[in-house]
Ligand binder design. Structure first.
Ligand code: THU
Length: 140
């Protein structure tokens, strides 16, 4: 179940190096394991119009979908080495809920010191918003 932990943690830390965060100075990296076995990475991308900022997790997940994979099985998020557990924001948890694979989805929060906190998506997002049609694609 945790077979991809180290791989995802390392990829998230690597992606964090690319963070574009001139306003907050807070670098974040993310790496998701697609159901297809491919790893997709992302970093936070800020903007002078602050609200346009996109979190690292959503960059990684949207890259996954745009490249043809619609479900992920695990995610690692790399944040600052400040002793805190850098859990994903609630907007990202909603997006994760949309794109999650069935079963337990581990969320690893890590930092450059090597510390890793493990949660599950069910713990972090127990009651996500859904639509009654289950979100089936209109063209399928
Ligand atoms: N950030 C993320 O990339 N992911 C999160 O889950 C929380 C926050 C980014 C957004 C912004 O660039 C910086 O961290 C400070 O909020």
């Amino acid at each position: 179940m945790d077979e991809y932990r180290d791989l995802l943690v390392n990829k998230a830390l690597e992606a964090r190096e690319n963070a574009y965060c001139p306003y907050s100075g807070y670098s974040v990296g993310a790496a998701v394991m697609g159901e297809n076995g491919t790893v997709y990475t992302g970093c936070n991308v800020e903007n002078a119009s602050y609200g346009m900022t996109v979190c690292a997790e959503r960059v990684a997940l949207f890259k996954m979908v745009s490249e043809g994979c619609r479900k992920f099985t695990a995610i690692a998020v790399a944040t600052a080495d400040d002793g805190t557990d850098g859990v994903p924001c609630l907007a990202c948890r909603q997006v994760m809920s949309e794109l999650r694979a069935a079963g337990e989805v581990p969320v690893y929060d890590c930092d450059p010191s090597g510390r890793v906190f493990r949660h599950t998506l069910d713990e972090l997002a127990p009651l996500p918003f859904t639509l009654s049609d289950g979100g089936e694609d209109a063209d399928e």
